[in-house]
Design a protein around this ligand. Structure first.
Ligand SMILES: *Cc1c(COP(=O)(O)O)cnc(C)c1O
Length: 421
């Protein structure tokens, strides 16, 4: 029996209605930008397996460091204990994070890093006796699937059964040049009530909203307003972090830096699940007290797993290398060239790009979206390219190590897709 058949017996896949989508492609090997299935077909991983494996699958620099770590220290509890991989990782991260960040808290995935950020911001005010319990978020955001993260995400049909259990959240539109005065007014009106604890956003790119992009200057102004009103700001950089936007972090495009930053996905180069919530000294100090109950009593068993810390440290070394920085520029330029070629095509609506993130919105009527997605997806896979269109948008977020040849193949497959629609 094939792996695909055996899979069906016990496995329940994420974000899947199994009755409609019973088949799951069995991947047996991955290398660089390529995935290989059980029949021997190969696919270019055009979305870096959900924005994780930016240095390529099975990157030897990272895997060799993990192998060495594995014979030294596998795992040890991180409450009351510490270890070198966590310390070295923290030192390396501080070198590249926005200057105002000082402290790092561990968890296991993007959603938990957001839940920790939310709890940090709520308890920050609680510890100071402030009644600030509401969170402001951007419409159409995505922050994960645990209860806190789900609550601050945009409303979606998938969250229907849980909505009545959400924490107290208000949403404002994503700012642009036409609505900014109005968004500012809505934001100020919410803050004037005096009960807002924090403002959470995906800086500059909303990944799950089909790579929807907005300008740094508007976010900068909203952060300034939050600062003036003693409201903490949380940048969810789970998707945007570690070089994808052309800078180390999307927050590097901002003048006003967030108080709290969430990181995961490519943090470990896609090799091990780990997430971080980082914060300023000011946030940390609100928890630092003789009173034990003022501490942050949140803890995941596998916090600061040494193997994951080692993968993160190696990934950051790669990110800083000339080779990866050159690749980021190469892919960025390549996308720009492709964009100038394709953007005037009659079936292309808007296109957008930041760094190596490129999205192309099709000019196709609404009622065909569902079919459109499947038709596009199947076309890409038949041609050996794994892309995951969102609604009517095709986007590319390939590993930094994708070759020019592979990139050309991705572009060509997209161009051909426009002809079969
Ligand atoms: C993927 C993602 C999350 C959730 O991360 P998980 O590891 O899937 O829990 C949170 N925020 C953003 C911006 C994401 O892209």
């Amino acid at each position: 029996m094939s792996l695909q058949e055996r899979d069906k017996k016990h496995l329940w896949h994420p974000l899947t209605q199994h009755k409609l989508h019973p088949n799951h492609l069995a991947i047996v090997k991955a290398n660089g930008a390529l995935l290989f299935d059980e029949k021997g077909n190969e696919y270019i991983d055009g979305i870096s397996s959900w924005y994780t494996c930016m240095y390529g699958h099975c990157n030897e620099f990272i895997t060799n460091k993990i192998k060495a770590q594995l014979s030294e220290l596998d795992f040890t509890i991180f409450s009351g204990f510490t270890h070198k991989p966590a310390i070295e990782m923290s030192e390396a991260l501080m070198e590249i994070l926005p200057q105002n960040q000082q402290k790092i808290f561990f968890s296991d995935n993007g959603s938990t890093s957001v839940d920790v950020a939310i709890k940090m911001s709520l308890q920050y005010h609680f510890n100071q006796g402030n009644k600030q319990t509401k969170i402001v978020a951007l419409e159409g955001g995505f922050h994960g699937d645990t209860f806190g993260a789900m609550s601050v995400s945009g409303l979606s049909v998938y969250n229907g059964p849980f909505e009545e259990f959400f924490i107290d959240v208000a949403r404002i539109p994503v700012p642009n040049k036409d609505n900014f005065e109005d968004v500012k007014k809505q934001f100020l009106a919410l803050l004037k009530v005096g009960n807002v604890a924090s403002f959470i956003f995906e800086p500059l790119v909303q990944g799950a909203s089909a790579m929807f992009m907005y300008e740094a200057k508007y976010l900068d102004e909203l952060i300034a307003i939050a600062n003036e009103n003693h409201v903490l700001t949380i940048a969810d950089e789970v998707m945007t972090g570690f070089g994808k936007t052309g800078k180390n972090f999307a927050s590097d495009y901002l003048i006003n830096k967030p108080d709290i930053i969430c990181l995961s996905k490519s943090l470990t180069g896609g090799i091990a699940p780990m997430a971080l919530t980082t914060c300023t000294q000011k946030v940390y100090d609100a928890f630092y007290a003789d009173d034990i109950s003022k501490g942050l009593f949140h803890g995941h068993t596998y916090s600061a797993n040494p193997l994951a810390c080692t993968a993160a440290l190696a990934s950051m070394e790669l990110l800083k290398s000339d080779e990866i920085q050159k690749n980021i520029k190469r892919i960025t330029n390549s996308h720009q060239e492709f964009d100038s070629k394709i953007k005037n095509h009659s079936k292309v609506g808007a296109t957008r790009q930041l760094g190596i993130i490129y999205a192309l919105e099709l000019n196709i009527k609404m009622e065909r979206y569902g079919n459109l997605r499947d038709k596009l997806f199947n076309h890409f896979m038949e041609n050996g390219v794994f892309l995951r269109p969102l609604g009517n948008t095709i986007y590319i977020l390939a590993p930094f190590v994708i070759t020019d040849e592979q990139l050309e193949k991705v572009y060509k497959t997209i161009e051909e897709a426009l002809e079969i629609l």
